[in-house]
Design a protein around this ligand. Sequence first.
Ligand code: FES
Length: 119
Amino acid sequence: MTSGVPSAQTAKADSYQRICGVSDVGEGKAVGLEIDGHPIMVVHTEGRYFALRDVCSHAEVALSDGEIEGCTVECWLHGSRFDLRTGTPLELPATEPVQTYAVQVSGDDILVALTPPLK
Ligand code: FES
């Protein structure tokens, strides 16, 4: 496991809040949303949902505009690829991870846990 930004795969039940509906994120797609003004990307791929901070750790562009492939997203600007499960950069030029958030699906809703605290 890499150091830096922790991966939040589980969180307290009361930490979750609705970010969008399942119909808002098609398979193989990413959408850029906000919670309390914080940019968050929700991705639906390989039958799972992921949530990450919607900012590339290299030059602060929206990762939700990138290409989803398997459990990775490729930044559209310089091509760094990040693991959606951990936020870990898999290719240069990015060297820092992207914050990930725990996700739950409840009925037709996608819930994201805001822990660790948003900065
Ligand atoms: S801005 Fe994302 S790799 Fe450079």
